[in-house]
Design a protein around this ligand. Structure first.
Ligand code: SD4
Length: 337
């Protein structure tokens, strides 16, 4: 019988992790410490594959991705279809349909996708199309470009057969109208407000892909683009090494090219957990960083199927589907250890 080796995070605390309101809705959340019982066989890491991880509590999305992987689908198909679940969910106010609008009432989407060959596609400032991640995939596969923006991205989507849809739901419109009473834009992210989905998967062949999709920050300036569609910032995949995806205040992720940084740190020998922690450290240790006022979180996976997840503030979590178990895992964080 093969020895099962249980991977542990170096920074486990396991206690004192209070749950944010988003997370309170997740009844079966577990801490990093408990997740240590998720086995990865050191000798045959393939035993832990396929696997999918995603930012925040998005079990329906990881379940969809897992189904794709279980049916022999590629990691690329898995991350696209997993992200589409969240995009179509009108109750999620940070992604796709039902996303909170910018300060002028427009829902504008950012998304990207990256495959095992290092190909990538991205759409920024896209309006009126629900499945931004799929448009990003079309950019990757059907054009000589990496990014399409605004009207150009929208027209391209229609050419490819995506339907035009009003993304501003009654609930999001109501929230925007309420916000307009004060129109106070603070670039401060309440940790409970995030559900941008970033997803990474390894298929049964051991190939890695990733995707990220968001409506960005609520009540942002019209035209603002965050980290999520920026390859290297919101997402980076290197099939030789691993992959990373970010969530939180995009401006801070862009300034440190966060996802690329995490993958490069793994290339230098760090575990996914150590790499995520180091990338967060880069942000908080900048001179005059006001990190107490914003959230950034990273999730990462390496070629062996080991995962890491870490954030500045409490309240960040990762959903992981591996070995037939779909679970939401509370991340450790810089402020609370
Ligand atoms: C952005 N990073 O547009 C995104 C927002 C986000 O959870 O992740 N929200 O800056």
């Amino acid at each position: 019988m093969k020895r099962r080796n249980f991977i542990k995070n170096a920074t486990l605390t396991g206690t004192g992790l209070a749950l944010g309101s988003t997370l309170a809705s997740c009844m079966d959340i577990v801490t990093n410490k408990e997740s240590a019982t998720l086995a990865i066989d050191e000798n045959t890491s393939k035993a832990a594959l396929p696997l999918v991880i995603a930012t925040w509590n998005v079990k329906n999305s990881t379940a969809k991705a897992w189904e794709v992987l279980q049916n022999g689908g590629s990691a690329l198909d898995a991350v696209e279809q997993g992200c589409m679940v969240e995009e179509a969910d009108e109750t999620g106010q940070s992604v796709g349909k039902g996303g909170l609008p910018d300060r002028d009432g427009h829902v504008t989407l950012d998304a990207c996708i990256m495959d095992k060959h290092g190909n990538c596609g991205s759409v920024v400032f896209l309006e009126n199309v629900v499945h931004a991640v799929s448009v990003a995939r079309k950019v990757m596969e059907d054009t000589p470009h990496v990014m399409l923006a605004g009207k150009g991205a929208e027209e391209f989507a229609y050419e490819k057969g995506f339907p035009k849809e009003n993304l501003l739901t009654e609930a999001s419109k109501k929230a925007w109208e309420e916000w307009k009473k004060t129109s106070e834009y603070k670039p401060i992210i309440n940790i409970e407000n995030h559900d941008t989905i970033g997803m990474l998967a390894i298929d049964k062949n051991g190939d890695i892909s990733g995707a990220c999709t968001t409506s960005g920050l609520a009540y942002k300036m019209h035209g603002r683009v965050g980290d999520s569609p920026i390859i290297g910032s919101g997402l980076f995949v290197d099939n030789e090494i691993g992959a990373c995806v970010a969530t939180g205040l995009g401006e801070e992720v862009v300034k440190t090219v966060g996802s690329f940084l995490v993958v490069e740190l793994m290339r230098q020998g760090k575990s996914p957990q150590e790499a995520c922690e180091e990338a967060i450290k880069r942000i908080v240790s900048k001179p005059n960083s006001n990190y107490r006022d914003f959230q950034v979180g990273y999730i990462a996976v390496n070629k062996k199927g080991e995962t890491g997840y870490y954030a500045i503030h409490k309240g960040f979590s990762m959903t992981k589907y591996q070995d037939g178990i779909n679970e939401n895992l509370e991340a450790t964080n810089y402020l609370n250890g």
